[in-house]
Design a protein around this ligand. Sequence first.
Ligand code: HEC
Ligand code: HEC
Ligand code: HEC
Length: 353
Amino acid sequence: MIIPATEDQAMIDLSPYGEWNWSMMGFAGRDPIFYAQLESEVSIHNSGDLPETIQNLCFRCHGVMGQRQFHLDDAGDTFTRDIVHVTDPADPNCKYGALAREGISCMVCHQIVDEGKPTQETMTGQFDVAPAGAEGNGISRIFGPFEDPATLPMVSSLGMKPLHGEPIKTSRLCGSCHTIYLPIFDADGNQVGSDFEQTTYQELVKNPENRFTTSFVAQATTIKDKRLLPKGWTKEGPPGFAADPTWGLRFVAATSPKGKVLDDVAFQDGSGSDRIVYQIDLPEEDIAGGTVEATLYYQSIPPFYLLERFSTAHGPNAQRLHFMASYLNVDGTPIENWKLEVAAAQQAFDGDT
Ligand code: HEC
Ligand code: HEC
Ligand code: HEC
């Protein structure tokens, strides 16, 4: 699962580990943005036992293996940041810290079982796993997409029997953590409700029986006006789609733009692009022999998203993130000044136009 190095190119690791190793889920237990956000949540909600219960909740996904094992072993009431930092093997919490730092590891997804519970019972990271030792003699179960896998190597080296598992082939597996329903607290620390913080999975599968998988935007009833339509877009949807008696018309209705953009012909021509007109008044004496330059940038997370973290969190985790964000040298990279240039154009004019 590697593409060997050549003279012009370094080796590429395509193994499951090679992909996981660099992924956000691989880093979930060590992500500096997560820890800064956690610190800000804990400093805002600082009454009663909220600082501890909030951490316990966040680690249900971000430090899933440590948090789960900690509770399975009845090692305490709440799983918190200080446990994640324990590295002294003599400390009984050491193993939970190490597990949490591993983030969403292989052993998370590959042990999930699905007993057909409704999403409401598995969301916010409440998925089930096969119980330890389910195969007898201390051998546990691990699941993968293949029928009839060879079992001996993993049984003898890991004490785990690899089995074919249907759940790993459905997005319900991901839906447990990618549906986040969190409590809302007032300034005095009283819970005043709960709300969906993220509904990535619901956006994919609107139907609770997991049948409607045609569109990420199925959940939205009104599409945002400013969304750029993909190249090749047509009013009728993908070729032949509108003719589907069950989903065709609903798909078209859900994915069609609405509102003022309907007057914008360029937006709907299927070119995947649009025109925006900026009109700026210039004094006449400045116009002769001038040049207009325009640059379009794509700007991702910083600085505003991070700024919010720094204004509410003041502990070592926010400081670490601040340090990293301040010293990360992006000079000479495609994101110079934290901005990715998409396109640039220049036009000289003579004063008449
Ligand atoms: C976020 C969940 C998740 C994590 C984490 C994860 N896997 Fe998987 N893995 C899957 C899913 C889903 C499939 C099935 C893909 C399919 O059916 O095409 C899979 C398939 C596999 C397969 C068999 C098919 C293949 O593509 O090679 C292997 C081997 C595997 N994973 C190993 C690993 C290892 C090793 C790790 C940790 C480094 C890991 N996985 C982490 C979800 C995960
Ligand atoms: C149910 C699982 C779950 C719980 C509980 C959870 N998160 Fe997350 N978190 C996620 C997922 C999934 C993502 C990635 C979302 C995406 O990008 O689609 C994420 C992303 C984040 C990010 C963005 C990370 C980055 O690198 O940009 C932050 C910050 C974060 N979560 C903080 C928290 C905090 C603080 C809590 C506790 C109040 C919390 N999360 C609880 C699942 C969870
Ligand atoms: C145990 C909980 C858990 C499960 C199960 C899970 N995820 Fe995640 N996922 C997370 C968390 C937590 C993050 C955010 C990590 C961070 O940045 O700190 C995340 C991040 C991601 C991201 C990066 C999002 C972004 O904005 O870049 C993708 C993509 C993703 N998950 C896909 C999947 C898929 C596909 C599956 C199922 C095969 C899956 N996840 C299963 C918890 C989970």
